[in-house]
Design a protein around this ligand. Structure first.
Ligand code: ATP
Ligand code: MG
Length: 445
């Protein structure tokens, strides 16, 4: 009884609000999304909600990706059912989130996210939901489907696939943008970037991943607002960078980050490292395209490598031994980098090890090379060495040697080490030609 009463109040406050605009409805016959391309579990959830009398839509990235002929990463659902109502419908449901309650429906490893339509703070007339930078800090008011559409970031991200009749519902002009292959912010772009500066990074990521253009209205502020990223928490920036690294268009994204002056807001990056970054990221995208995984620690190392090298050189010029110079350079660069992005400790450790290995590869005598082969980061270190050589660093001879050594048969390895022993060691410090000064501690008899 009481629950029903509360529900009826909530409903009057939210979904019974009159719609301001009539949406464009694209019937099934006029779009390309077929049910066979939709995740089976997502379909089950949509049908169950629909059969229980609720509205149920696929929304966001999955609708966009399906229309653009790409494979969606995940299938998100929006509904007018409240979180408690969703829970009652699904045994395998978990409610999560403090700021905004979301339902996760679990099918083994596959998780389908179901969110109740929500509105922006402006609609809810809660001005205190914004910080003094104009950023949205709370986001937890239920709304109508139209409210839910206009609070989203880009028009192509605000399309709804309706399970009731398989049509697409478009409140913002997203369908036209899909046809024109353009990215356009919903509402006033400058204001929306201020509300949430992470949208700058999202814009760049979508442009690169979807290979589309940006409209001049959206590009204008995108060019000038890089300073807004200073107000975003390092933890959230780290999450966005992970998405960039795993998106399969890392190189194109990094090039656009450079174009819009966002790169140095994220990374301690030296432009001199461009050749290495270009080669390594092209390689990464190819791997992701082949369904292989990439290690974020490796990509961070690639981006930071030139800054680390520059510091090593300057410490060495002050007379510091190489291994100490590397330690100090890493300490410095990683400290600065973690002030911008919260890189987890374990990942920091990997970055260090991959860099230190670059120096350890120069020791090719005795048991040392065998120990390096057993090193847990050998593969990543070795990959970086090859990429450094390919990008023009003077390490080609060493890269070739390791390329041969790590796959050679035991006798061949012994021979390679013997040959190496006959060469002068590059690691030994050259003896000074000047005669040593006599130490004044000498005992005079
Ligand atoms: P991806 O392929 O990276 O998953 P996506 O568009 O699905 O792309 P998500 O981060 O999964 O991105 O978000 C799902 C949807 O939520 C988006 O499509 C968009 O409608 C909305 N959204 C996400 N982040 C924001 C944001 N910062 N501001 C406004 N809307 C957002
Ligand atoms: Mg998504």
């Amino acid at each position: 009884m009481l629950k029903g009463f509360i529900r009826s109040i909530k409903k009057t406050k939210t979904s019974q609000k009159k719609s301001k605009t009539a949406p464009l409805i694209i019937p099934r016959a006029e779009h390309t999304i077929s049910r066979s391309a939709i995740n089976r579990n997502a379909l089950k959830v949509l049908y169950r909600l629909h059969e229980a009398g609720f509205k149920a839509y696929l929304v966001g990235g999955c609708v966009r990706d399906l229309l653009l002929g790409q494979t969606p990463k995940d299938f998100d659902i929006a509904t007018n059912a409240l979180p408690e109502e969703i829970r009652r419908l699904f045994r395998n449901c978990r409610l999560i989130g403090k700021r905004f309650r979301l339902a996760h429906i679990l099918f083994g490893h596959d998780i389908i996210e179901v969110a109740t339509f929500r509105t922006s703070h402006e609609n809810a007339k809660e001005s205190h939901g914004k910080s003094h930078h104009g950023m949205i800090v709370r986001d937890n008011v239920y709304g109508t489907i139209e409210d839910d559409a206009v609070r989203r970031d880009f028009r192509i991200n605000a399309l709804y696939y309706n399970i009731a009749d398989y049509s697409i519902v478009d409140y913002v002009g997203g369908m036209q943008d899909i046809k024109d292959k353009v990215l356009h912010m919903i509402g006033d772009p400058e204001k929306r970037f201020h509300e949430d500066p992470v949208r700058l990074l999202r814009a760049v990521r979508f442009l690169a991943k979807l290979n589309i253009n940006v409209t001049p209205e959206t590009e204008g502020p995108l060019k000038n607002l890089n300073h807004l990223l200073d107000n975003v928490s390092p933890a959230r920036l780290f999450q966005e960078v992970l998405k960039i690294f795993q998106g399969g268009a890392t190189l194109a994204t990094i090039n656009l980050l450079q174009k819009y002056h966002l790169m140095k807001k994220l990374f301690i990056y030296s432009n001199a490292g461009e050749a290495l970054v270009n080669i390594a990221l092209a390689n990464t995208d190819q791997r992701i395209g082949e369904g292989k995984t990439v290690s974020p620690a490796f990509l961070f190392t690639v981006i930071l490598w030139n800054s680390v090298s520059e510091h090593v050189l300057s410490y060495e010029a002050e007379g510091m031994q190489t291994y100490l110079a590397i330690e100090k350079a890493l300490q410095h660069v990683i400290k600065q980098q973690t002030e911008r992005l919260t890189i987890p400790r374990l990942m920091q450790l990997s970055i260090r090890e991959i860099c230190v290995l670059q120096h350890r590869f120069t020791y090719r005598r005795g048991g040392h090379p065998y120990r390096l082969l057993e090193h847990p980061r050998f593969r990543a270190g070795y990959d970086l060495l090859l990429l450094r050589a390919a990008s023009g660093e003077p390490v080609q001879e060493m890269a070739d040697w390791w390329q041969e050594f790590h796959v050679a048969a035991p006798e061949q390895r012994e021979k390679m080490l013997k040959d190496m022993n006959q060469k002068p060691s590059p690691n030994k410090r050259r003896k000074s030609r000047k005669p040593r000064k006599k130490k004044n501690t000498e005992v005079v008899t």
